[in-house]
Design a protein. Structure first.
Length: 115
């Protein structure tokens, strides 16, 4: 394995594909999250005491590229420099303009089609 190379986890990939499939079929992120929770599917980055799916875990924020449906990695693209610096070092928490972002295509196998 190459340092920094992403590895697809088959069980997690199937959950991602399911989310895209259900959303494409008109199911709301809120209903998708509820069904994942009722089936006991582990949520990503489960925090102590929380550990459940939420609507914003699925749809997130398009401008920030957050949420599963907006994550560029799932269509095989990796974006760097989305936000400048580190807020704890005194940098403002704002988005970098598209001109300053870096994009690499084909770094991983897409889990879904184009958005």
């Amino acid at each position: 394995m190459v340092k920094g190379q992403l590895v697809i986890q088959p069980a997690e990939a199937e959950v991602i594909r399911r989310i895209f499939r259900e959303y494409a079929n008109g199911i709301s992120p809120q209903k998708i999250a509820a069904s994942l929770n009722s089936e006991g599917v582990p949520a990503p980055r489960a925090r102590a005491g929380s550990g459940h799916w939420k609507q914003n875990t699925i749809n997130g924020n398009r401008d920030r590229g957050t949420g599963i449906l907006n994550n560029d990695l799932y269509i095989g693209q990796r974006v760097w420099n989305r936000r400048p610096g580190n807020a704890s070092r005194g940098f403002a928490r704002k988005m970098n303009g598209c001109a300053t972002r870096r994009l690499s295509c084909g770094l991983s196998t897409p889990l879904s089609g184009p958005r």
